[in-house]
Design a protein around this ligand. Sequence first.
Ligand SMILES: Nc1nc2c(c(=O)[nH]1)N[C@H]1C(S)=C(S)[C@@H](COP(=O)(O)OP(=O)(O)OC[C@H]3O[C@@H](n4cnc5c(=O)[nH]c(N)nc54)[C@H](O)[C@@H]3O)O[C@H]1N2
Ligand SMILES: Nc1nc2c(c(=O)[nH]1)N[C@H]1C(S)=C(S)[C@@H](COP(=O)(O)OP(=O)(O)OC[C@H]3O[C@@H](n4cnc5c(=O)[nH]c(N)nc54)[C@H](O)[C@@H]3O)O[C@H]1N2
Ligand SMILES: [Mo]
Length: 752
Amino acid sequence: MTAVQPEPDLAVGKPKTAAAGLPAVAVSLGMAVSQMGPVRTARNLLRLNQVDGFDCMSCAWPDPDPEHRHTAEFCENGAKAVAWEGDTRRIGPDFFAAHSLADLETRSEYWMGQQGRLTEPVVRRAGGTHYEPITWEAAFALVAEHLNGLDSPDEALFYTSGRASNEAAFVYQLFARAYGTNNLPDCSNMCHEATSVGLADTIGIGKGSVSLDDIHEADLIVISGQNPGTNHPRMLSALEIAKHNGATIVAINPLREAGLLQFNNPQKPSGIAGRGTELADLYLQIRSDGDLALWQALGHLLLARGVADEAFVAGHTVGFEAYAAHVAEIDRAEVLAATGLEWERIEELADLFARSSKIVHCWAMGITQHRNAVATIKEFVNVALLQGMIGKPGAGLCPVRGHSNVQGDRTMGIWERSPDSFLDALRDEFGFEPPREHGLDAVGSVRALRDGRASVFVGLGGNFASAMSDTGVTEAALRGAALTVQISTKLNRSHVACGETALILPALGRTEKDLSGGTEQRITVEDSMSSVHASRGRMTPAGADLRSEVGILCGIAAATLGDRHGIPWAAFAADYDEIRHRIGRVVPGCEGYADKIRERGGFVLPHPPRDSRTFPTEPGKAVFSVSPMAAVQVPAGRLVLQTMRSHDQFNTTIYGLDDRYRGIHHGRRVVFVSAADLAELGFADGEVVDLVGEWSDGVERRAAGFRLVEYSTPKGCAAAYYPETNALIPLDSVALEAGTPTSKWVVVRLER
Ligand SMILES: Nc1nc2c(c(=O)[nH]1)N[C@H]1C(S)=C(S)[C@@H](COP(=O)(O)OP(=O)(O)OC[C@H]3O[C@@H](n4cnc5c(=O)[nH]c(N)nc54)[C@H](O)[C@@H]3O)O[C@H]1N2
Ligand SMILES: Nc1nc2c(c(=O)[nH]1)N[C@H]1C(S)=C(S)[C@@H](COP(=O)(O)OP(=O)(O)OC[C@H]3O[C@@H](n4cnc5c(=O)[nH]c(N)nc54)[C@H](O)[C@@H]3O)O[C@H]1N2
Ligand SMILES: [Mo]
């Protein structure tokens, strides 16, 4: 593991009470100019999220329709992502000669990200101390040799991070299945998996049901477990429009997040001058994982107020009686203990719901990364069904996705549990029988590597070593692999915590011109609201030897499978329309794909509940469900720790060492704790402590050297940044039914 880096300059100030505005513009331009230089900066940022430009890789928030886009349709954090990829520094051949693996072992994620773009394929041979250059063809042959030497295809793992394009994702899952396995773990397994499970079980499709217009028109918007000021800054523009149209906004979050309090829109003169829009009208600082109890209480109060949409419930749902009987009986004391809220505030929330006819409910990681995540999301659905808030303008469920194409990757079949209908379509199109047994998810993959049931790991983007829970276990598992292959743009921890033989295959980024096959290629992506569109990079690639993700995957596939099944890998790599024709024939809702993505602004995938109030579930109707009110108990003298993002990071990529909105500068090793807990536990703001994780397996997991920061958070609930704290989350601590690591819930004690 990396040594703890001292943070001598760490400074803690007051948290902010508003997001964006001038400082955001200045920060993003400053960071972009320093990494890309002024000309590249201007060229790149102006093409961000434009109809003929590239899709921002920072988050999955949708773009306004083509007529309503600003010249600068990007946010501070989008600009940081572009600058990070547009980096003018290079990792050339001499870099790996100068830095042994033992040396890289001691470096932080931040340092690695600052070394510049990877430019040529390299290999660490078994027993070697350094990475050394290898040709593309030799690299492909090496992967093929390993894959073809396994006893079973199920000993290989094919991981995807949600930035991969639809074309890359489709080719990748096709390759894995033609090779013979459904082992397609992805970052969704650590992210919105509980959403996919909870929504599929109840409304029949694991995706949100709103469009951007619905947000603009809503009269009540609830934001649970999400920090849009940092992670989806462009969402604030939509909230601002809703607010001006008269919407009420409710934030439900243990922390008071600046981006939920007030927004100074940098795209408007009034925002830059500092007269912003107040956002949340009601702010409920809920206890960690108290949401399930809160939504059961809300259902209880709404039924008591007699505001159910009886026609919708009778016509479109099943299970209402059992649900109503369950929430009629809830125990008020249990709700108060689980949520830490006053009953009056919950009544206030119920009044807002009762008064509103168009309600949108947004959520993200504060909900999905909990043991009870699936049950909580089903409770969101219960309340939405009760008031008929699905499939009508201005209303709906809005899980806000993370990675810019994580939803698209799933649509394309990156899923260890793809349904038989999808596999049948693959079989009919390509003439081979795909494996039917479900594959391994992210946690399952670590277990398989650890236990010697898997020995090859391929990563299409991402940083599995740092992103996964239980860092010690995950890194040991990866080091135990015979081969790891990372398709990457920049250096990260997964290149260091690598297999006996390890390959780094450098890929083009989304901002770069892709001239595969001698013509300019486009790729496609799907946003959080099921809208699909094309993206085209224009920048000169960071190196002449870089290949596209599609090209790399087709190279591996051709080397491994030869002409087995007669799949035309070379033709796919030379013209992505050849892939899109296949997508059109395999993926539901994508008929005529190659033509449709040529339309300005793209097209929206079908969503039966949203489009026609039809619910493709087992009973053919939306399903009310009943879950026990499970409040997880915390032992005395301990805290529940949630692990979240600072303002200067993209997941495991650390852009900088500030978290401006929370008042943190020049450092990341901080833990936010309430004044009441500090007093009760006998600690003071400014002290440095170790965080020691406690879990039923009795193993003590430790993260050393965190500065205590007194902060406004409910008693018993602490917070710190990921990935440094992933070492504390036990591999087996996962969301029920979804298997997501409980990144927002681990019991810790503080030690001097
Ligand atoms: N700039 C930037 N943009 C990003 C990312 C990034 O790292 N940087 N990551 C991308 C990805 S992959 C994702 S998934 C999204 C993540 O977007 P978010 O979900 O906003 O990410 P987190 O920082 O994990 O924030 C979780 C929020 O939930 C709150 N929370 C924690 N526990 C609870 C709880 O029990 N109940 C409630 N109600 N709230 C709780 C936390 O206080 C915090 O405000 O952002 C995407 N966009
Ligand atoms: N404790 C804790 N753990 C968490 C979370 C949490 O909130 N708390 N959040 C979880 C969530 S929501 C997610 S989504 C995962 C994220 O998990 P991942 O998606 O695996 O991680 P990232 O940090 O997004 O991956 C960054 C790396 O991707 C590579 N990369 C960047 N751009 C490109 C590209 O265009 N092409 C290719 N091929 N590679 C590229 C770069 O090498 C970079 O180092 O982490 C999860 N882990
Ligand atoms: Mo995510």
